[in-house]
Design a protein around this ligand. Structure first.
Ligand code: ZN
Length: 460
């Protein structure tokens, strides 16, 4: 009898007129969808409908099938589909200095190796080749948005657009003469041109990147704030990275770096401070009050022995903390999965508490909180209808990932960048089944090796 009823229902449903399915540009189904939305939804299995640059639906495969037909589709069976990772602090072209000078503290590393190497080798061509290599690595390891601080940032922007990534790209302002500006005034002028050139871009958010309070004078820092207020551009700065920086600031200004910047009116909206390793509780209160986000860079901080940022304390004080890799010269890669894992491990070791920075928190820092820290939470950071389609699909079937009880645990504690199969930004597929579609991989690697030859000759 039961059989007969179901047969009748099947026949009836076939005879009834079906609501026409909406044609969309891309449907991804078959995998587990980790949304990172406010409810923390995980759909196993789940599916995603994308039209143009936007996510239009996140639902079960049956519901997506009933409502949408994709002109293109991706089968994510055995994979986790999740928001693309957001790297809140890097210096993309510095991938060309990967492994050039290791095992040194920040000031010695910067002053004896990095600044001199940059003085001899940074050119437009260097920046283009370096950004191409960095973009290739980011696409291959699941980063979809990154915040950058470097020179010739317009070249970084052009390559980032070609590669298809989303970038909050900061033109560096620093006190001493550098490759793209002889004075801070010149750097400010070129920054203003850069902000105008990429205003209202679909994937590039042009930004101002004053290097730090210890490499800039008060007048320039104030000029940066004035420019930011006038243009509404984000500001990216290094802050309290080392104990030395804080000590020097106390001697010179009788204030911590955060307090000094507060006293000159530097803090404002859409400002991101990288590192914050040595922030005091009072500093954290300033940043929370000024809505300044912090980029936590556990690997760089460990490698340069800068210290362990108080992530738990910052979050408790109301500071939004995103995650970053820093430049590849102090990491030495741009793998955000590794950054998540190290952020979790470092916090546990630092606090003697295994519950400090659990997997979900590490994932939040690499996705939605990174978006918040950059003021982009309405556009990216989670898989929700109406947001931009920045998503990745990550394979979960290797020996290292078997079995899987908890997708979040696997994403943080066993996954590597190389496990990413598909990378999508703004609805555009940048990598499909490990095949990067927007860059010629062999050409990018050959070009980078060519530049490395010049770097080697210059620093010898
Ligand atoms: Zn940095």
């Amino acid at each position: 009898m039961l059989f007969r009823i179901s047969t009748v229902l099947l026949i009836l449903s076939a005879l009834l007129p079906q609501a026409p399915r909406r044609s969309v540009s891309l449907v991804i189904k078959g995998g587990t969808v980790v949304t990172m939305d406010p409810a923390g939804r995980v759909l196993a299995p789940g599916a995603l409908a994308i039209d143009g640059r936007d996510i239009v639906a996140v639902d079960t495969p049956e519901n997506i099938d009933a409502r949408f037909s994709g002109r293109e589709s991706i089968d994510a069976t055995g994979q986790i589909v999740m928001p693309g990772l957001i790297n809140t602090h890097t210096h993309a072209p510095m991938v060309l200095y990967r492994g050039l000078a290791d095992d040194l503290a920040l000031m010695e590393w910067l002053q004896k190796y990095i600044f001199p190497a940059e003085a001899k080798t940074v050119t437009r061509e260097f920046v283009r080749a370096g950004t191409r290599l960095a973009a290739l690595e980011m696409i291959q390891s699941g980063t979809t948005t990154y915040a950058d601080m470097y020179y010739f940032e317009e070249e970084v922007a052009k390559v980032t657009k070609e590669a298809g990534l989303r970038g909050v790209l900061g033109q560096t302002i620093i006190q001493f003469p550098v490759a793209d500006a002889k004075t801070p005034a010149e750097a400010l002028a070129r920054t203003e041109r850069f902000l105008a050139e990429f205003a209202h871009d679909d994937v590039i958010v042009p930004a101002i990147a004053p290097h730090s309070m210890y490499t800039l004078d008060t007048a320039t820092l104030k000029a940066v704030r004035a420019l930011a207020d006038r243009t509404d551009a984000p500001v990216l700065i290094h802050l309290s990275e080392t104990a030395d920086e804080v000590k020097t600031s106390r001697e010179k200004h009788r204030a911590t770096p955060a307090q000094y910047l507060e006293s000159i009116g530097f803090w404002g909206p859409r400002t991101l401070a990288a590192h914050g390793v040595w922030l005091s509780p009072a500093d954290m209160m300033i940043l929370a009050r000024r809505h300044v986000g912090v980029s936590h860079n556990p690997e760089s901080n460990m490698k340069l022995a800068s210290g362990a940022a108080k992530v738990v304390g910052m979050r408790r004080a109301g500071v939004v903390v995103g995650l970053g890799t820093d430049g590849a010269a102090s990491n030495n890669d741009l793998d955000m999965f590794e950054a998540m894992r190290q952020a979790a491990f470092l916090a546990k070791l630092q606090t003697n508490d295994p519950r400090a920075v659990p997997a979900r928190t590490a994932l939040e820092m690499a996705t939605i909180d990174g978006a918040r820290a950059l003021g982009m939470e309405r556009e990216v950071g989670s898989l929700e209808p109406g947001k931009r389609a920045d998503a990745i699909a990550v394979a979960m079937t290797s020996a290292r990932q078997t079995p899987m009880y908890d997708p979040l645990s696997h994403l943080v504690y066993t996954t590597r960048g190389d496990d990413v199969r598909t990378t999508i930004v703004n609805g555009r597929v940048l990598m499909r089944d490990r095949h990067v579609l927007t860059l010629d991989e062999a050409a990018v690697l050959a070009e980078a090796r060519g530049v490395a030859g010049k770097v080697r000759a210059a620093v010898r």
